[in-house]
Design a protein around this ligand. Structure first.
Ligand SMILES: Cc1cc2nc3c(=O)[nH]c(=O)nc-3n(C[C@H](O)[C@H](O)[C@H](O)COP(=O)(O)O)c2cc1C
Length: 304
């Protein structure tokens, strides 16, 4: 059976978001934490340790780092906490990340990438290792060479977003580079990129080992149930109310909570066309009461 994963999205798919999403919606086989930055000091920020403590079932922590030895250290530390799989971020395109040789920055030099993996797999007692990668740094012509590197290491899975770093999220994912890497891989290859509706999801589930959904799930939290966004679905109101309450419990004030939820609404609003005025009100809300009133207005107007 083809699997469905919830993509890591920094700042959005927080532990609170994952907890509430799991409660309200079905269909996700595995969640991934947003990247946890690991440096040579092995000192992790408190915000990042909250991604994996307390232990979360069916969740794979993701590591962003420039050195194989530091990745191996983090993988073993996470194994000790009960995680049977750890994921390596090879896809983040942000300039601040890439210039430090992390994320997609590791794809730039294939020999360095090999050295990174040699340092990882020279260690014993690792958990399963999966990678989340793009198919090149500059161009899709790199797919073949990258595929050669990947086949030399015992990954549990490759999650592949078939854009290169230079494209960021522009243009369309390239099915040809995806096929090149998949045809050589010795492990399952999970598709990721621009799956926004049920028909596209079904096509990928038929042809691929699995699909990782990102922005599609932010727009439509029931997408993994193979259901189109339904504004009459009563769960959305409960989901949003509970998410608000979770953030109020853990964040330092209403303003921070509203900031976070407004970011989520930049995706959700696409399911509510013709709600411009209410959406403006929501984006301007400076108190929880104003925010909730705007949400009710958007949701209830659409149901009528
Ligand atoms: C706001 C945001 C934050 C993201 N954070 C991460 C991250 O922490 N780790 C990661 O591997 N990818 C991250 N991504 C990339 C997504 O996981 C995913 O690969 C990308 O959005 C393409 O999939 P989609 O078209 O289904 O959204 C992020 C994407 C967005 C939009």
């Amino acid at each position: 059976m083809s699997k469905i994963y919830f993509a890591p999205m920094e700042g959005i798919t927080t532990p609170a978001y994952r907890k509430v999403h799991k409660k309200y919606y079905k269909g996700i086989d595995r969640y991934f934490s947003p990247f946890i930055v690991v440096t040579s000091t092995h000192n992790l920020k408190k915000r990042e340790t909250r991604e994996y403590i307390p232990f979360e079932e069916n969740m794979t922590p993701q590591i962003l780092t420039a050195a194989g030895a530091d990745f191996a250290w983090a993988a073993k530390m996470l194994k000790g906490l009960g995680y049977d799989e750890v994921n390596l971020n090879l896809g983040c395109p942000a300039a601040t990340v890439v210039t430090k040789g992390k994320g997609a920055g590791l794809l730039r030099n294939k020999e360095n990438l090999r050295r990174f993996f040699e340092d990882v797999f020279s260690e014993n007692d690792l958990p399963d290792i999966s990678i989340k990668t793009r198919c090149g740094f500059w161009s899709h012509d790199e797919a073949e060479e990258l595929a050669e590197v990947f086949t030399d290491y015992p990954f549990k899975e490759i999650i592949l977003h078939p854009r290169v770093r230079e494209e960021f999220y522009q243009g369309k994912p390239d099915p040809k580079s995806f096929r090149i890497i998949k045809s050589k891989a010795k492990c399952p290859v999970i598709y990721n990129g621009d799956v926004f509706d049920v028909s596209s999801l079904r096509d990928h589930l038929k042809s691929d080992d699995g699909v990782m959904l990102g922005r599609g799930l932010l727009r439509n939290p029931m997408l993994a149930e193979s259901k189109d966004f339904d504004t009459a679905d009563e769960r959305l109101e409960g989901f949003l109310d509970e998410l608000y309450e979770e953030y109020i419990k853990i964040m330092s004030g209403e303003r921070d909570v509203l900031f976070k939820l407004k970011e989520l609404w930049t995706y959700l609003i696409t399911g509510f066309p013709r709600r411009d005025d209410d959406y403006k009100r929501l984006m301007k809300a400076s108190t929880g009461a104003e925010y909730k009133a705007a949400v009710r207005q958007i949701i209830s107007t659409d149901i009528c």
